[in-house]
Design a protein around this ligand. Structure first.
Ligand code: DGL
Length: 268
């Protein structure tokens, strides 16, 4: 397999959530062609066992490598947290993932080194963020984590500023806010859409850190290092999904912030 600058970037997620990362990559690298894979038939991954998530992640990795991608972007926190070895073992191209990106950017902005993490139950159970924060930040970083399983369906329902979502957010964030955090990592692809509501619940003293922007920066840096950045042209992106559920396009375009022109259904 040979990649040059004209090859696409592969971005993948358990469903539509990774489109928040795709959006940040498109904004940061407007000339790069993106092949997106969303496993909409098998989402959510956030409550599945690590073995199952790793098996699915391996299948998606092979699919994207067949599309001759030059870089693999694991946009799903759950896959990054529990299936990274399965992905990197298969990939001859660089793999970047949201957990490392999110942990590093939280450490870069936190002044008090008291950092909170909200994510799916599988991501929290894996302790992947805690490990990354300890690895890159050292032993004095104080970390508090909370699984927030209700956020994904609320976001998919479009209840981004709904009283029910606010109530749920207040409940989930209460124990975290009691720890006097200055930074809160949004450790799930869906959560950036809740950022305004979460910010108003958390208050001005807590800085929200989502991995999408950090991932886009990392993708730009890796491509520049490898001499594989695409400098011009208006790319045509392709979105592969394993199911076309009701309201797919409406929800997907909400995440992506732009129309999804080329959507293809894949049987895995
Ligand atoms: N994409 C997943 C994540 O970032 C959230 C949705 C799911 O549970 O599959 O963890």
């Amino acid at each position: 397999m040979h990649c040059d600058a004209s090859c696409p970037i592969g971005i993948f997620d358990s469903g539509v959530g990774g489109l928040t990362v795709a959006r940040a990559v498109m904004d940061r690298l407007p000339h790069e062609r993106i092949v997106y894979f969303g496993d909409t038939a098998r989402v959510p991954y956030g409550v599945k066992s690590p073995d199952t998530v790793a098996r699915y992640a391996g299948e998606i990795t092979k699919f994207l490598l067949d599309k001759n991608v030059k870089l693999l972007v694991v946009a799903c926190n759950t896959m990054a947290a529990v299936a990274l070895p399965a992905i990197t073992a298969l990939s001859p191209v660089p793999v970047i993932e949201v957990v490392t990106a999110g942990a590093k950017s939280a450490l870069a902005v936190s002044k008090t080194r008291r950092i909170g993490i909200i994510a799916t139950p599988s991501t929290i159970a894996s302790r992947a963020y805690e490990k990354a924060l300890a690895l890159f930040g050292g032993p004095d970083v104080r970390v508090v984590a909370k699984a927030c399983p209700l956020f994904v369906p609320l976001v998919e329902e479009g209840w981004l500023d709904h009283p029910a979502t606010r109530l749920v957010a207040e409940e989930y964030l209460r124990p975290l806010l009691a720890e006097d955090l200055d930074t809160l990592i949004l450790g799930c692809t869906h959560y950036p859409l809740l950022a305004p509501l979460l910010q108003s619940v958390a208050g001005p003293g807590v800085r929200l850190q989502d991995s999408a922007t950090a991932m886009a920066e990392r993708a730009a840096a890796v491509l520049a290092e490898l001499g594989l950045a695409q400098g011009d042209g208006a790319p045509r992106h392709v979105f592969h999904v394993t199911d076309l559920p009701l309201r797919f396009r409406e929800i997907g375009e909400r995440f992506l912030g732009r129309p999804m022109e080329d959507v293809r259904l894949e049987k895995m």
